[in-house]
Every structure is written in C-alpha cells, then in structure tokens.
Design a protein around this ligand. Structure first.
Ligand SMILES: Cc1cc2nc3c(=O)[nH]c(=O)nc-3n(C[C@H](O)[C@H](O)[C@H](O)COP(=O)(O)OP(=O)(O)OC[C@H]3O[C@@H](n4cnc5c(N)ncnc54)[C@H](O)[C@@H]3O)c2cc1C
Length: 365
C-alpha cells in the first residue's frame, strides 16, 4: 500500500518520500510469497466492485509502464456449500453488479477442470476475470514507477515518532527528521500501535503459505488450471497454478492464529500448520500425487474489527492519513488504495466510493 501510494502521489507531482524499515519487496510483512488472488466478484461486500474496476485498470497501467508481467488472468473457481457465506456473498454481488460469470455444479466443474474433486453438493462460480498478481513484482513495479516520477525512497529506516500541528507533520526516523504537509501511514501489521490509541483494535493473524512438489504437477500449469478458493466444513482454502520451480502453492484463509505483535510472529513451520492443508490437497486434488512440501513462508493478516479496510485521517489530525486493516484481502486493491490515500493526503477527500471503509465508522460507537 505504501509503494502504491508513493506512486500515486509522485504521479500527481507531489514532493514525496517513503520510509521503509526493511528492504524493497521484503518478506517480513504481508506482501510477499509469489502470488495474490485478484478477482472482480467480491463475496466480502459488493461495494468493493467499483474499487476493483479501477484497480484492474491501474494494474494494467503499471504493468505497461514497467514492462513486467504483473497480472495473469487464468480464471477463478470459487466453490462452497450453497448456504456458505462465500456463495451467499457472491450471489449478492452478482445480483448487484453485472459481472461475467458461470455457475456450475461440482460435476460440471470437473468437465471444465478435471483436477477438482469437489464435494457433490457444492455450488461453484467461475469468474473469468479472476486470476493472480505476482506480488513482489507488483511492489517493485510501484516502487520503480514512484522513483521514476520523482519520489525519494528510504529503506532500512524506521519511523520512530511523528508530530502533527496546523503547519504540517514532522517525522522522526532512526536516521533523520522529515517535515511534510501530510503523512500517510501504511504500516501493515505494525499499524495497530497507532489505531489502538483511537480505540480501533487490529488483530494480527499468522498465516502460512506452503508450496508442494509431487507427481502430476503438469496438470496444474496456468494454461490448464485456474486460481481457486474453496470453502469446506473444515476450512477455507485457496491456491494457484504452478508458476515457479517451488511448485503448487496452497494456503488456508479463515483459521485464526493470533499474534500479539509483529515481532512475536513465529516464522518457522509449526506442527499445527499443515494437517488441514494436506487433508484438503489429498481430498480435492487427487491428481497431485505424493505431494511433498518444497517451501513455505509465514505472513501476517491485519484484521480490522469488521474485516473491511480502514481508510482516513486520524481524528483531529487531518494531515495524518491511515491505510490499514486490509484483513487478508487487500493486495489486489493496492493501486486504487494508493489513489485514495493520495487524494486524502493532497485534497482531504476522494471521489472513490469508500463510505463503508472510512476510519470514522469505528469512532462513534
Ligand atoms: C498469506 C497471505 C495471503 C494473502 N492473499 C491475498 C490475496 O490472495 N489477495 C489479496 O488481495 N490480498 C491477499 N492478502 C492480503 C494482502 O497481501 C495484504 O492486505 C496487503 O499486502 C497488505 O499490505 P500493507 O501495505 O498494508 O502491509 P505490508 O506489505 O506489510 O506493508 C507495511 C509496511 O510498513 C512497514 N513499516 C511498519 N512500521 C514501520 C515503521 N515504524 N517504520 C518504517 N516502516 C514501517 C513494514 O516494514 C512493511 O513493509 C494476503 C495476505 C497474506 C499474509
């Protein structure tokens, strides 16, 4: 979110700098691990769709500008019991927005993609606009574009404190003091420290991504196999076609594993991390024979109280704008979030429809 905001501000001619405590496209936060799902139909809330439309446009623009392949549209299969929140949410979204899609039974899904052995009663939606983003490439493309348009980047530098008054904001890092008209905080899992002061609790969830190799991997190439999200009675699972030597990446979405603070995150693989995932792979993808773990990464979700993003100025401090609480589904929105945060920093308002995401919704309770 920081790299996208930096790009947006630089494109609008602002004199802007970004401060990052680690390196470019590092693996210590929430934006790493090869791929992220991108989709148009949104079971979490139909009001995300206009933002997604803009995000799709912007990812294309950034890809063209960078010459990198950022987004691969191989289609998305979403499957669940007809009564599940996922399927109910998708139906609501398709009722409100004219988005291309197909609805299949589990059996029909096998005609299109024989790799899936879905439970008989499942409802399946196929989103032809869905697919995945190459996550580190996206961050690097935003950073290069921001640099190209005049932004300054400080890596390996930590923001220690900031102070805002009517004349602007001063920011103290471990290496310098910066003065600015506005400050945009996109601190990911570290944002809870700021928002808790305003009574907005963010929860950090430890999340594990696992890559597998095994016999039959050739059936899971991006040409033959879609991105997917499957809700089962023992969890929600998602994954991607094979895009690198690391193999077939899969992960679990809903299961909480709460971490008190980012520094307490256990980055090694734990005994509890794999059993459900392995059951899922064995049951749903029998064509992937003898899967053996080839790699893993640990990452963090930063969950807001209602699982929707938290965007806006801090109370009584209009020059300090926060973009936080992306709740495990924010990456696909990064460029439009960048545009929104740039609007808020430069103009104090945005024309993007973000009423349901405004920080203020948590302040009056
Ligand atoms: C395993 C996993 C799978 C996901 N899958 C999807 C998906 O398929 N589709 C999707 O759309 N989204 C997905 N998401 C969610 C998405 O990746 C996140 O919402 C998004 O990456 C969050 O970006 P961010 O900029 O808020 O956080 P980050 O990328 O973590 O960035 C925050 C940055 O702030 C820096 N920072 C914090 N404090 C300081 C400080 N004091 N000084 C300097 N720097 C500081 C951190 O070092 C970090 O680089 C997934 C997330 C995870 C973890």
């Amino acid at each position: 979110m920081g790299s996208a905001t930096l790009r947006s501000l630089a494109l609008r001619g602002a004199n802007v700098c970004g401060v990052e405590q680690f390196g470019a496209a590092h693996d210590q936060g929430s934006s790493h691990g090869e791929t992220r799902i991108i989709r148009k139909a949104y079971f979490e809330h139909p009001d995300y769709v206009p933002l997604l439309n803009r995000s799709f446009e912007l990812w294309r623009e950034i890809a063209d500008e960078s010459g990198r392949q950022l987004q691969i549209t191989n289609g998305l299969v979403v499957s669940g019991d007809p009564s599940s929140a996922t399927i109910q949410g998708l139906q609501r979204c398709y009722a409100e927005h004219a988005l291309p899609h197909e609805r299949w039974t589990a059996e029909e899904t096998r005609k299109h993609f024989p790799q899936f052995h879905l439970p008989g009663g499942h409802s399946v939606f196929f989103d032809p606009d869905g697919g995945y983003l190459m996550v580190e490439e996206c961050v690097k493309a935003n950073l290069s574009s921001a640099l190209h348009h005049g932004a300054t980047l400080y890596f390996g530098e930590q923001v220690l404190s900031w102070h805002a008054d009517t004349s602007g904001v001063s920011v103290q890092t471990d290496q310098r003091e910066l003065q600015a008209k506005a400050l945009v905080l996109t601190a990911g899992a570290w944002a809870g420290r700021v928002l808790s002061e305003y009574g907005i609790p963010l929860e950090i969830w430890r999340k594990v991504l696992v890559w597998y190799r095994g016999n039959g991997l050739e059936a899971f190439s991006p040409q033959a196999f879609p991105t997917y999200f499957i809700e089962l009675d023992y969890g929600g699972f998602y994954g991607f076609p094979v895009v690198s030597e690391a193999g077939f990446k899969a992960a679990e979405h809903f299961e909480p594993d709460i971490v008190a603070q980012p520094e307490a995150l256990q980055r090694q693989l734990l005994p509890r991390d794999e059993p459900r995932l392995q059951r899922f792979l064995t049951e749903i993808f029998p064509a992937l024979r003898k899967p053996k773990r080839s790699a893993f990464k640990v990452c963090m979700y930063t969950k807001s109280p209602d699982d929707h993003f938290v965007l806006g100025a801090l109370p009584e401090t209009p020059s300090v704008i926060v973009g936080a609480g992306f709740s495990g589904h924010g990456f696909k929105f990064a460029p439009v979030i960048g545009e929104i945060l740039a609007d808020l920093a430069l103009d104090g308002q945005t024309s993007h429809p973000i009423d349901f995401l405004k920080l203020e919704r948590f302040l009056n309770n």
